[in-house]
Design a protein around this ligand. Structure first.
Ligand code: ATP
Ligand code: MG
Length: 559
């Protein structure tokens, strides 16, 4: 992507432009996307990815992908692999190799010793509870730890002993020596290192002490020559600490932290921790369940990278928080697929139709466009035969006024085919309708009938060569606008019981026997549907996941 292709202008871009114009910034712009590999990426991360890679792109700079991996117990290779895949799938290329904060564990350790030597850090033996009590509150200043004035040599020795495994989890910590009376609690001698006997996915059992985020992040940024460290607003109060770390150790450069508002979406949860709970408790079928707001879930459901990037552009980047309507995300995918999705017919709830005046041994091939507005997408063939299927919902025995579909003695056009009139209803012994006998009008292929007017157009498939398919009708996962608004974390109470309705025995036109797996189809009159590759392979016939309905009918009683 070139700089010209970037449209939305955000405040961070303006800040950088100003700095360049004033000569305050020279050289390359370097950003980074720094996920913690403790879960799969979600739509909120997509915003950060689009921003970081987008800024780098705009200024012909670079963006690194760095795993912020300082909590080994919660992290895993599975998460690392999924994150790499998701960033690539969104269409971004990181500069050079993947980075890990753990690449800098030696460097970080040395900087920690440097701080101790400068009397800017000390080893503290307060318990977690004591430390909390000493920390004070928003109204009360904190008190100095009794270990704060420990001699430099002693702290140095204790820190080395911590590293050497001479202490247990939680026995000692290394703390920055800043200001216990600071109005900013983050500056009240924050912890820099703690003891954790945990194997690390990158460094194995080399370390039993691990650096804290607030110490690791600024140094990792500086080691990589990051110029603009973009993060979400909750880190605004940490910025003085970010700057303090960089000012007090001998890093090669001074990155600048800039905060922006997190993306919050209604009807959606954007927290890896909570999404993990949905997975662990089996409320969804894994991280890539099509109802999950994870990038992998959205990919599985049929979202395109383009639609997600467009959505992030629409949302924009600013300082003020707020909640975005998930309808906007649905709009973005609908708009993209409207232009690009091939059309096909799928009868979800088949009702047999026999054309009484069409020979049983005859059939004909009808040619329909793959996309009505885009001839370049080519044509598709469907078969017209004596027995067809239409959707049960397209027939009623007593038509209401302005009924646009089929009813006794009324006519409809079958999309791309002929006009037919319903003449007889066949029922089973229970009285359920099992078949319609209809008469087709042979003079109506591509032309209007003479002397009467069909109600409307419905979709259909041939019984002879259509293919059985299962359809997963996905809907929003939560039926509450802000599912995690209550503090008790009862978001699982707001799961939408109808977020998945499975339809077995649907019929799709023959061309979908081996469906495309690169883009969803528009099933005419129904919505957009994406082939589920795993389920298709395991069930032996095509399985489709509903990406989104054709129109926004949420809460309007529509499908
Ligand atoms: P989560 O609570 O889901 O774990 P996080 O912020 O802890 O989110 P990280 O892996 O640390 O997750 O995030 C990587 C980057 O993505 C960070 O820069 C973070 O600020 C950004 N990010 C995470 N969630 C959002 C969001 N909802 N909107 C915008 N950016 C986000
Ligand atoms: Mg985090």
């Amino acid at each position: 992507m070139s700089a010209e292709s970037k449209k939305a202008h955000n405040f961070i871009q303006s800040l950088i432009e100003d700095a360049i114009a004033k000569g305050e910034h020279t050289g390359k712009v370097v950003t980074r996307f720094p996920p913690e590999p403790n879960g799969y990426l979600h739509i909120g991360h997509a915003k950060s990815i689009c921003l970081n890679f987008g800024i780098a792109d705009t200024f012909d700079g670079e963006c690194n992908l760095r795993f912020d991996d300082t909590n080994p117990e919660k992290e895993s290779q599975e998460y690392i692999d999924s994150i790499k895949k998701d960033v690539e799938w969104l269409g971004y290329e990181w500069a050079g190799d993947i980075r890990f904060a753990s690449d800098y564990f030696d460097v970080l350790y040395n900087f920690a010793e440097e701080l101790i030597e400068k009397d800017k850090a000390y080893v503290c033996a307060l318990t977690a509870d004591e430390m909390a009590a000493y920390r004070g509150s928003l109204k009360e200043p904190g008190r100095n730890s009794p270990h704060r004035d420990r001699p430099v040599e002693e702290s140095l020795q204790l820190f080395r002993d911590m590293r050497a495994g001479k202490y247990q989890n939680g026995e000692l910590v290394l703390r920055a020596k800043i200001d216990m009376a600071s109005p900013n609690i983050n500056l009240r001698d924050p912890i820099l290192y703690r003891i954790r006997y945990a194997d690390h996915h990158q460094t194995g059992d080399k370390w039993c002490i691990y650096p804290m985020y607030d110490f690791t992040h600024p140094i990792s940024d500086a080691m990589e020559g990051i110029t603009h460290s973009l993060c979400t607003l909750e880190f605004e109060d940490h910025r003085p600490l970010y700057d303090w770390v960089l000012e007090n150790v001998s890093v090669p450069c001074q990155p600048r932290q800039i905060e922006f508002a997190r993306l919050n979406l209604n009807y959606t949860i954007t927290s890896k921790r909570k999404l993990k709970r949905l997975v662990d408790e089996g409320h969804v079928d894994g991280w890539n369940d099509p109802r999950m707001p994870t990038i992998s879930g959205m990919r599985h459901r049929g979202y395109t990278p383009e639609s997600i990037r467009t959505f992030c552009d629409m949302v924009g980047v600013n300082k003020a928080g707020g909640t975005v309507d998930v309808g906007m995300l649905e709009y973005a995918i609908r708009e993209d697929l409207n232009v690009r999705a091939p059309r096909a017919m799928c009868v979800m709830r088949p009702l047999k139709v026999t054309l009484t005046n069409y020979p049983a041994d005859k059939s004909e091939t009808l040619v329909l466009p793959v996309h009505p507005q885009n001839p370049e997408m080519g044509e598709r063939e469907v078969t017209w035969s004596q027995t067809l299927y239409i959707d049960r919902e397209d027939f009623v025995e007593e038509a209401p006024r302005k009924w646009k579909r089929l009813a006794p003695d009324q006519a409809v056009r079958l999309r791309g085919g002929y006009v037919m009139t319903c003449r007889e209803i066949i029922r089973d012994e229970r009285g359920d309708i099992v078949e319609l006998k209809c008469e087709y009008d042979p003079n109506t292929l591509g032309v209007n009938p003479e002397g009467y007017k069909p109600n409307g157009v419905i979709h259909w498939v041939s019984a002879t060569d259509s293919v059985e398919a299962d359809i997963n009708l996905y809907d929003r996962l939560f039926n509450h606008e802000s599912p995690d608004s209550d503090k008790e974390g009862n978001f699982v109470d707001h799961l939408n019981p109808e977020s998945l309705v499975v339809l077995k025995g649907a019929r799709v036109e023959k061309g979908l026997a081996e469906p495309r797996t690169d883009i969803p189809y528009q099933f005419e009159r129904e919505g957009y549907f994406f082939c589920d590759q795993a389920l298709t392979a395991s069930s032996g016939h095509p399985v489709f996941n509903r990406t989104v309905t054709l129109r926004d009918s949420w809460g309007k009683g529509g499908k």
